[in-house]
Design a protein around this ligand. Sequence first.
Ligand SMILES: *Cc1c(COP(=O)(O)O)cnc(C)c1O
Length: 430
Amino acid sequence: MEPRYVNLTPDELPERWYNILPDLPEPLPPPRDPEEGESRVAKLNKFLIGECLKQEMSQERWIEIPEELRDIYILAGRPRPLFRARNLEKALDTPAHLYYKAEFYSPTGSHKVNTALAQCYYAKKEGYERVTTETGAGQWGTALAYGASLLGLKCTIFWVRAVYSWKTDRRTFMEMLGAEVNASPSPKTKAGKALYDKDPNHPGSLAIAISEGIEDALSDDKAIYCLGSVLNHVLMHQTIIGLETQKQFEKFGEYPDIMISCLGGGSNFGGFVLPFVGEVLRDEKKIRFIAAQSRVAPNLQGEYRFDFADHAEQTPLLKMYTLGHQFQMDPIKADGLRYHGAAPIISLLRHHGYIETVAYPPDEKYVFEQARLFMQTEGYLPAPESAYSIACAIDEALKCRDRGEKKVIAFNISGHGFLDIPGYREVLKL
Ligand SMILES: *Cc1c(COP(=O)(O)O)cnc(C)c1O
């Protein structure tokens, strides 16, 4: 019988992350300052962890994962299996071979632990006592709270109020990990207070919460800010997903023709595909890469230009596909996909034609129905964001059925949905 899945042993865990910067088709435009106001670029080294800032600019293709951190990755359940979706293939009656990477085995529920653990490891090594951050869907906040607790750091989280208000179980999860959790905009920071005073029920946005996290860290020498997506070093930490997947495909004796994942800021998509993109850039392989998005935030269909990463314009300008840093987005259950810009690395690759994108309707009905089909055939409950990855993989598998093509389709399931049941219930009217 064909194997259901392939996994690696802990000693096969990758020893190095892949840094795509030296392999990009043109140098990545560096962060830039706006024409007016103080230098944001100069401020970067005040609010980013030193080692992460170094990695952000590094031209080294391979960066070693410290042994102590590899040990913690193993504690967090890495390596994670790559499954062949045989049941789903059968249900779809497709000749395509479908494979999914199981980031849903993460202890907090998402791939974000891969960078949270790395950032907390370096923060601790550099003598910080507290980490601050923003969170949207809540997955990044939980991942950082988890990393902070394993590495003995305090953790302060600013959580987009629209989500904070309904995800009470996830809030308790973060608090059980020892984190302090604030609804954003909060009265705790200047950036938050300006909006909070006007409307204490302000739904907030990721961009506003980022401003709050940065301001909080800048006001305390012992605190450092951590960002869960978009930046180069974050995508690099996430390449552990794709590097494992490469080894696993070798063991399966197949190779993907199409790779798919959902994209909010670009970290799980980047982590999954970048090692493979490297092979395509070196002309060793031909693979299509598709990013699945929501029509409320189709950032990859925005403009390719310099824009701020946050609402209050505290970050430098990054060259990226953006909808505008003050773009208003309707709420959706897959809240992790609500971000105005795509990571500069992903944006540059899209600009050069390496990355395709699809955006699904705001009601999420179709997407969640595909998640349900996945659950009923493969048995795993995906995060609402990961449902987009599944829907896109199913769409491609159905095209293969209609054309009689036997493509190999790999998709990443960035997280589980155990704490997102109310969202599924509402959309699927259960
Ligand atoms: C945060 C999150 C995303 C979106 O963020 P990316 O940086 O684009 O990966 C997707 N899936 C899950 C489960 C998330 O928690």
